[in-house]
Design a protein around this ligand. Structure first.
Ligand code: HEM
Length: 345
């Protein structure tokens, strides 16, 4: 049901620019006002969340570890540097592997019950499918986003041209099919399929899980439609996008309505992004369970919230309160402390 609601909602979103541009011809609204507003909401919302997270105090070291801590005698147990990092450099490598290779997801396991002659036993086995779907999806998205820089930069940077060449290296069809297009669509379908088919995952999948997947799928399909079927006038579109960059809006005449559908859906994604689970993108960098070295047993950390209480040893305490203690008949380590100052003299 949640999947159906999300799908329906994305359908309705597609209808808005189809009518708005196709029938009502309010091109400048869909081509400029809306993308600008969406971009501002995206930047402000994103920054607000990140700054708020950045300001949250993290007084303790709380990294999640999954390996051997460095032992006193290093010949005894080998430290697992990237599952139990103890220095800044090891933590950095752990973060790089997490961000670029989704390493913790790679270690994913699946639990199942197995019947044996002594009754059922719980078994854990490695499960790489989710990792494979996720990595396909994210890398395809990333490559497409980088390739899109061609529309916003003049001259086009060399790495964008290089990426375009590699992405189309199979030279299938005309215009050449991009591998990342196939990867993005396959990735989204596999991730959505997993939520639909696996009963346990389906049970805790909400509209907020399906909606971004279907929205991204619709963005990808409208892009693919533009490139391979409508064969849109990219020169006219670049005139528009460069106008947006330079704050000089122009509405070229011969832009297909599919472009407005594409950019409208992207605007929806930008507005939705800061308020959604998609914020895991900046979140991974700010996650104290990942970005901290596990060095509590090697270094002394003082909670910065602690009140500034000076140490007060018992000997000093006795010097201060020795007289009333002696009067009350309490035993003293140093009987001199029980004497009044004039007695001492
Ligand atoms: C979430 C962001 C976006 C995604 C996931 C996305 C996805 C895609 C995909 C999959 C394609 C098919 C061809 C290709 O891979 O290049 C495409 C094409 C296209 N996209 Fe996007 N897009 C996004 C944002 C934008 C934006 C912001 C614009 C411009 C304002 C834009 C303009 C275009 C154009 C003009 C094409 C056709 C390119 C051609 O014919 O070669 N896209 N998009």
């Amino acid at each position: 049901m949640n999947a159906l609601y999300s799908l329906l909602f994305v359908f309705l979103l597609v209808l808005i620019p189809l009518f708005g541009v196709g029938a009502a011809h309010i091109n400048s609204f869909f081509g400029a006002s809306l993308p600008y507003t969406a971009f501002i909401i995206f930047i402000v919302g994103f920054a607000y969340k990140v700054i708020n997270w950045g300001k949250s105090p993290v007084p303790f070291r709380i990294p999640t570890t999954g390996g051997q801590f460095k032992s006193f005698d290093p010949t005894m147990f080998k430290q697992n540097k990237y599952d139990c990092p103890q220095t800044g450099a090891q933590t950095f490598v752990r973060m790089v592997l997490e961000v670029f290779a989704f390493r913790s997801l790679f270690r994913n396991t699946e639990v199942s019950l197995h019947e044996t002659k002594d009754g059922p036993v719980v078994a854990y086995k490695s499960s790489k499918w989710l990792w494979l779907f996720a990595i396909t999806f994210h890398y395809s998205f990333f490559i497409i986003a980088l390739r899109h820089l061609r529309l916003f930069l003049e001259p086009v940077p060399f790495f964008v041209n290089g990426l375009e060449f590699i992405d189309g290296i199979l030279q299938i069809g005309a215009p050449t099919m991009y591998l990342a297009d196939a990867g993005l669509v396959a990735g989204v379908l596999l991730l959505a399929g997993r939520r639909l088919i696996n009963p346990r995952v389906n049970y805790f999948s909400y509209v907020s899980d399906y909606f971004p997947l279907f929205l991204i799928l619709a963005i990808a399909l409208s892009g693919i439609y533009m490139r391979y079927y409508a064969v849109v006038d990219v020169v006219a579109i670049k005139e528009l996008t460069m106008g947006l960059v330079a704050f000089k809006y122009v509405t070229p005449e011969n832009i297909d309505v599919s472009f407005y559908v594409h950019i409208f859906l992207v605007s929806c994604l930008m507005v939705y992004f800061p308020f959604s689970k998609l914020m895991h993108f900046p979140g991974v960098f700010l996650s104290p369970t990942r970005n901290m070295p596990n060095d509590t047993r090697a270094k002394h950390h003082v909670n910065p919230w602690n009140p500034d209480i000076k140490p007060h040893a018992y000997a000093d305490y006795e010097k201060e309160f020795g007289v009333p203690m002696a009067e009350a008949g309490l035993p003293l380590d140093n009987p001199e402390n029980g004497k009044a100052p004039e007695e001492k003299a």
